[in-house]
Design a binder for this molecule. Structure first.
Ligand SMILES: Nc1nc2c(ncn2[C@@H]2O[C@H](COP(=O)(O)OP(=O)(O)OP(=O)(O)O)[C@@H](O)[C@H]2O)c(=O)[nH]1
Ligand SMILES: [Mg+2]
Length: 377
């Protein structure tokens, strides 16, 4: 016989055991939760994998490392969408049946509005009119192909587009290759100098920059912001308003000492009608050339300013000589035709295009890619 007190003792024992089991389970759940939360908190501070899978062997996955010239071309093509509007308008007009005088006027207006320039527009219209494929039953593909041929003919001038700096080598030449950036205020000289420095570093070049914009106190700091992440030294003056030619001269000395492959000289923006400022450019060039030749003078033109840029171009060419044009801000421009106009006016090729404000948004200009870009869509 089990006594009443025995039964009570059994019940109490069972309750105590159950309480201990429940407590143990709860503690284990709390511990697991704490571990999970801690892990999540830690992983928030870690860099997140990139959408593409984030393979760290990809060069662009490493912070601060510039993108190679190959991969950037394909990535930036879509940025020509604004300029592409004129390509698409031309395509629409030319696809009409039985083209008449009014249609040809529309073609010419479209070219003029895209800043192709009067002479080039007229020439392109004449060439299109003479093409037998333009009348009769034509397929959209034929129209696109014909337009591509004509635009390519207008864009692709017979001059070398390669930057001297691309093949520069201190070891081979015993001196750095010198690039000077020139242009009116705010066109994108410093930004382009920075992007170009990164591009050259990505291609394995040793680069030095000279901040020969001594006009604005912040100009040298701006250049350093671009240069630092890729380890490019910047030669600058301690005092504002210093002689830009002397900063350029120090740049030459430093780049020789450091056995750099390329020296990039950034200059202050200046209006082409200020004679003393244009003379200053000539002096910068002469001072450098007392020691080593200047291989490249890049005129940076803002693509959104269109025909205004044309007027600047020839004055700069006279003052310092221009070996190539950088068309900046082509990403925000609906006037891609300026490529055609500026090359005709100066007889020098567009060598680089700026397609955004990002550090790697600069590409070597490629006529075929450009024409494909403006005819896409
Ligand atoms: N969207 C776009 N913006 C650009 C591009 N290039 C430069 N910019 C912007 O244009 C502005 C002026 O650029 P800067 O490089 O300071 O121009 P700058 O010619 O050195 O100017 P100054 O030295 O004052 O004459 C900046 O806000 C740049 O981010 C480009 O290709 N696309
Ligand atoms: Mg500047």
């Amino acid at each position: 016989m089990v006594s009443t007190s025995g039964i009570i003792a059994l019940i109490i024992g069972a309750i105590v055991i159950a309480a201990i089991v429940i407590a143990a389970i709860s503690i284990s759940i709390i511990k697991k939760r704490a571990r999970r939360n801690g892990h999540e908190a830690a992983s928030e501070n870690e860099p997140q994998p990139r959408e593409s899978g984030g393979r760290s062997s990809e060069p662009e996955a490493e912070a601060g490392k510039p993108e190679s010239s190959q991969s950037r071309l394909a990535r930036l093509r879509s940025r020509l969408a604004g300029s592409g509007r004129f390509g698409r308008s031309l395509f629409m007009i030319l696809s009409r049946d039985n083209l008449g005088e009014e249609d040809w006027e529309d073609v010419e207006d479209t070219l003029l509005m895209a800043d192709v320039g009067a002479d080039a527009s007229e020439e392109i219209v004449d060439q299109l009119r003479e093409d037998a494929r333009i009348q009769g039953g034509k397929s959209p593909e034929q129209v696109r192909q014909m337009l591509k041929e004509k635009l390519l003919g207008a864009v692709d001038i017979d001059a070398t587009r390669a930057l001297a700096a691309e093949s520069a080598s201190f070891e081979k030449n015993g001196r750095p290759s010198v690039v000077i950036m020139v242009g009116v205020n705010g066109t994108g000289k410093t930004t382009t100098a920075g992007k170009l420095g990164r591009l050259l570093v990505a291609d394995g070049k040793k680069v030095v920059m000279a901040a020969a914009d001594t006009f604005r106190a912040a100009a040298a700091d701006q250049l350093e912001t671009w240069a630092k992440p890729v380890g490019i030294p910047v030669v600058r003056s301690d005092k504002d308003g210093a002689d830009p030619a002397s900063v350029a001269f120090d740049g030459v000395k430093q780049s020789m000492q450091q056995r750099a492959d390329v020296l990039i000289v950034d200059t202050a923006g200046r209006l082409q009608n200020k004679q003393n400022l244009m003379d200053e450019l000539g002096k910068i060039r002469r001072v450098i050339e007392r020691t080593i030749p200047v291989d490249e003078v890049l005129l940076v033109l803002d693509a959104t300013t269109g025909q205004n840029g044309m007027r600047q171009a020839s004055v700069f060419a006279q003052a310092i000589g221009v070996t190539g044009v950088v068309l900046s801000k082509l990403d925000g421009s609906a006037k891609g035709g300026v490529v055609i106009a500026v090359q005709r006016k100066l007889g020098v090729p567009v060598k680089l295009v700026g397609l955004g404000e990002g550090p790697d948004d600069l590409a070597v200009f490629d006529p075929e890619g450009f024409v494909d870009g403006i005819l896409a869509g």
